[in-house]
Write a protein that binds this ligand. Structure first.
Ligand code: S3P
Length: 437
């Protein structure tokens, strides 16, 4: 059902303490990698967003027994994994589901088909089809796009130099490589992409290794049995980003986010906010299920300055860029975001769509081939007039960016198709309502 949300002029300050919603990348992987243990595991703090539920339904179709024992705790029993599916495996809006499952399914002795919604069916799949085919996988596609028909094949380990830093590409290959007795699989990437797959595989006992090779970032794996173990998903910094940035730009805000995942491959936003002179502190660091975790306190930050965001930083904050573009509009001076051309291949073309939607608010933003140039508030107070409509193009992160922009707008703003937020952040509106003081 299509649902729009209306922001009501300038927001009250955000104040208080909240538990960060569970991490999407880890939730997908907890089921996918958990199922490779062929045992029974309990997953706590599992994200019930639509993307992760798509992964869950697919694994059920492949023979896993999966039950919720409370709202966010799942018991996965994979002793019957994997059996041939009786129907198409529907990935919905979720690129992570399609790309990681393609890796897992390439190594099975049955055929399967992965399909997706209109947004996912436009996204490039050649980036996994090609290297999986080098491994011997037999994948048919619609000219490099979904649906993907994966036929049974014998696969072997390869060394693959990926032209892009992509955790989804790396993970697809590692999951295929884990399942073949024929040699080891190495993925080389130009920058280090998020390493949740490697960390979780190690957590379950795999021999996967990360290292540097000739200036590239390498991950190598070979077949090893995985041991079932209960796992805790940490909080999602990509969801927290909306709250962190809202607190930094809404006057008199002061918010503590508990239990945020602080894996260094994901914390680019914290580095950038520190560089921009935001009032941000990281507290109480710990390690949970082989992932760093901690709390973040963030206060209203009226003196932020623009900066350049590029190179190695990009994979460390790729999903936060839409809302970082909004943040930059509230900093003094120019912010340049570059080396982020893959934004065009996300749930929407995030370069075109972020530019179009933020311009409606009056942001001085220019999309480029691989990012943005944003002129910050430059003397003014940066607040927007509002009285406009935001479109989200089947993209949860554009809808949430629009909502935060609405919170610093004088007049109401209508955010269309807000149901897309369920993809990654169920409970988004409740969290904001509870923080407004
Ligand atoms: C993800 C990896 C990233 C990210 C996506 C989730 C993952 O994509 O943008 O939202 O869970 O592996 P790429 O690996 O394609 O950059």
């Amino acid at each position: 059902m299509r649902k729009s949300v209306i922001t009501q002029g300038f927001s009250a300050p955000l104040r208080g303490e909240i538990k960060t919603p569970p991490d999407k990348s880890m939730s997908h992987r907890s089921l996918i990698i958990g199922s490779l243990t062929k045992g029974k595991i309990k997953i706590s703090n599992f994200l019930t967003g639509a993307d992760c539920l798509a992964t869950l339904e697919i694994l059920k179709e492949l023979g896993c027994e999966i039950q919720f024992i409370d709202e966010n705790t799942v018991v996965l029993d994979a002793k019957n994994a994997y059996r041939a599916p009786k129907k198409e495996l529907y990935c919905g809006n979720s690129g992570t589901t399609m790309r990681l499952m393609a890796g897992l399914l390439s190594a099975q002795n049955f055929n399967s088909t992965l399909s997706g919604d209109i947004s996912l069916s436009k996204r490039p799949m050649k980036r996994i089809i090609e290297p999986l085919s080098f491994m011997g996988a037999a994948i048919k596609s619609n000219d490099g796009k979904a649906p993907l028909v994966i036929e049974q094949a014998n696969i072997k380990g390869i060394e693959y130099k990926s032209p892009i830093a992509s955790a989804q590409v790396k993970s697809a290959l590692l999951l295929a490589g884990l399942q073949t007795p024929n040699g080891k699989t190495t993925v080389l990437e130009p920058h280090l992409s998020r390493d949740h797959t490697e960390r979780m595989l190690k957590f379950f006992g795999s021999n996967v290794e990360n290292y540097n090779k000739n200036g590239l970032f390498a991950a190598t794996i070979s077949q090893t049995p995985l041991m079932p173990k209960d796992l805790n998903v940490v909080g999602d910094i990509s969801s927290a980003a909306f709250i962190m940035i809202a607190a930094a730009i809404i006057k008199d805000s002061d918010v503590i986010l508990k239990n945020i995942g602080l894996n260094p491959t994901r914390t680019g936003l914290i580095d950038v906010m520190k560089r921009m002179k935001a009032n941000i502190d990281v507290l109480n660091c710990d390690l949970v299920s082989n992932e760093e975790v901690g709390d973040i306190r963030i206060k209203y930050s009226p003196d932020m300055e623009g900066c350049e965001i590029s190179g190695d930083l990009i994979p460390r904050l790729i999903d936060e860029i839409p809302v970082i573009a909004l943040l930059a509009s509230q900093a003094k001076g120019e912010t340049i975001i570059k080396d982020a051309g893959d934004l065009k291949n996300k749930e929407s073309d995030r370069i075109a769509c972020v530019e179009r939607e933020l311009r409606k608010f009056g942001v001085n933003i220019q999309g480029t081939e691989d990012g943005f140039i944003i002129e910050g508030k430059n003397g003014g107070n940066g607040l927007f007039k509002g009285d406009l409509e935001v479109d989200c193009y089947h993209d949860h992160r554009i809808a949430m960016m629009g909502y935060i922009a609405g919170l610093i707008s004088q007049k109401p703003c209508k955010i269309n198709d807000f149901e897309w937020v369920e993809t990654s952040f169920p409970g988004f509106l409740n969290i904001f309502e509870n923080l407004k003081k």
